[in-house]
Design a protein around this ligand. Structure first.
Ligand SMILES: Cc1ncc(COP(=O)(O)O)c(C=O)c1O
Length: 434
């Protein structure tokens, strides 16, 4: 039987699609991938796989890549999970659309209640956004309103998005070109409590930190770091914002990185928790700013002061609620723990075997960083991974480190295949020059 041509995906030859993208979206991005010999136009995707439309221009890697990037956790449930497709269809068939954001929303209320049940105790309020940056913006606004202070402290290598207030907290690489360096934003060394002690004071509104900085290089803070951050914030009356955009929703093997996901015995409750990426279930964009009720005063005064027309769409809320139902099943976290152990063990073995190339392996659950001897191996290994059927890349602010975040529903035989491909890729790397 001849396979029917897909009427939407892969409608033209790869070179024509590159041209189209180059002319109307971004020439430099198209040129970047071309210069690496990569044809990475995403075609069909299903489960843990992404199929690229036509392979590479030069040496044709396998078309089916296992997605170990997952766009930083967007595809926690893999691509197009049947339960999520069903939720989207059910929502449409039941009569949902985006909804009028000024009206009372049943779907927002039900999702917010579900979140309150899952979040660490005390975090019970939710506001909705389209993406992570917007949700971080609101977190900073809540902190500033409540404390009546301006100063914002974040990590130098952190990433919190590129919208206005969030961009100030993101690393210099993303700010400087836009001359966006507001003096009230201060940047510290992640994981170094002395660095925070020097900066935090009675003018500080909030400290915002990723729990495992991803763009910064999958960094694991020393034990007690977050306990001390919490204590310092309490001491100075500062709001602690946990950015769980990548580390939340089970990624670490616990539901929340800050609440037992990094160190089992450290269950810290921040004042605000920001969730995005995986909240979309890979299907419908949605992000949330979840917070303790004492931060709600600004909305008590004026419920119309912070608006997002399409943030918290009723359809998206329904899809996200179904995603949360799925991840609330005990086997979900159990699988992440088991698969995470398998991945961690495998990566440590690779470090031993290729000790002249790999200097560190670190992570939790299914969020791992593999650090190479120098930056060139970051791009070099990325290319090798693609050649060997793995889609993953290096960390934007630490280019010697590869970030591995497979779907959280990955199965044992699939993990074995991932590890085989990762080893094949590493075995093709040249030794470092003495
Ligand atoms: C930790 C973290 N916070 C916030 C964001 C911003 O999310 P978005 O791209 O949806 O605005 C990102 C995006 O990569 C992120 O990784």
């Amino acid at each position: 039987m001849v396979e029917q041509k897909n009427p939407i995906i892969g409608t033209d030859a790869q070179k024509n699609l590159y041209k189209l993208y180059s002319t109307y979206v971004s020439k430099s991005k198209a040129d970047f991938f071309k210069s690496l010999g990569l044809g990475v136009i995403q075609g069909k995707r299903e489960g843990i796989y992404i199929t690229m439309l036509e392979g590479t221009r030069k040496n044709k890697p396998p078309l089916n890549l296992i997605d170990c990037r997952t766009s930083g956790g967007v595809f926690n449930l893999g691509h197009r999970h049947p339960a999520i497709i069903k939720a989207l269809k059910d929502g449409i068939n039941a009569g949902l659309d985006i909804g009028d954001h000024h009206l009372i929303s049943e779907q927002r209320a039900l999702l917010a209640k579900k979140l309150a049940d899952l979040l660490p105790e005390g975090i019970s309020k939710t506001q909705f956004s389209v993406g992570g940056g917007e949700a971080i913006d609101l977190a900073i606004k809540l902190a500033r309103y409540t404390t009546k202070r301006k100063k914002v402290i974040s990590a130098k290598s952190g990433y919190h998005g590129v919208t206005g207030l969030a961009l100030g907290a993101t690393s210099a690489r993303f700010r400087d070109a836009f001359s966006w360096n507001p003096p009230e934003y201060k940047h510290i060394e992640f994981g170094n409590i002395e660095s925070l002690k020097k900066e935090i004071d009675e003018d500080t509104s909030c400290v915002i930190l990723e729990i495992i900085p991803a763009t910064g290089g999958i960094l694991i803070a020393p034990p007690d770091y977050f306990t001390q951050v919490r204590e310092l914030c309490d001491e100075k009356g500062v709001i602690f914002i946990a950015d769980e955009v990548q580390s939340g929703l089970g990624r670490t093997g616990e539901m929340w990185g800050i609440y037992g996901g990094i160190y089992e015995n450290e269950k810290i409750v921040p004042d605000i928790m920001v969730l995005a990426k995986g909240m979309s279930a890979g299907m419908y964009p949605l992000a949330t700013t979840c917070y303790k009720p004492f931060l709600d005063k600004v909305f008590e005064k004026d419920p119309f002061i912070h608006i997002s027309t399409t943030g918290g769409s009723e359809l998206g809320c329904y899809v996200t609620r179904k995603m949360l139902d799925f991840i609330s099943q005990p086997q979900y976290l159990n699988n992440i723990m088991t698969m995470g152990n398998q991945m961690g063990k495998g990566l440590r073995k690779l470090k031993e075997k290729y000790s002249s190339l790999v200097v560190d392996v670190r992570g939790r659950g299914l969020m791992w960083g593999v650090e190479f001897v120098n930056d060139r191996y970051g791009i070099g290994y990325t290319l090798q991974m693609i050649q060997n059927g793995i889609w993953a890349d290096y960390c934007g602010n630490r280019e010697n480190t590869i970030k591995l975040m497979p779907p959280l529903i990955v199965k044992e035989n699939e993990m074995t295949e991932i590890m085989t491909r990762l080893e094949k890729a590493i075995s093709n790397l040249p030794p470092p020059i003495e």
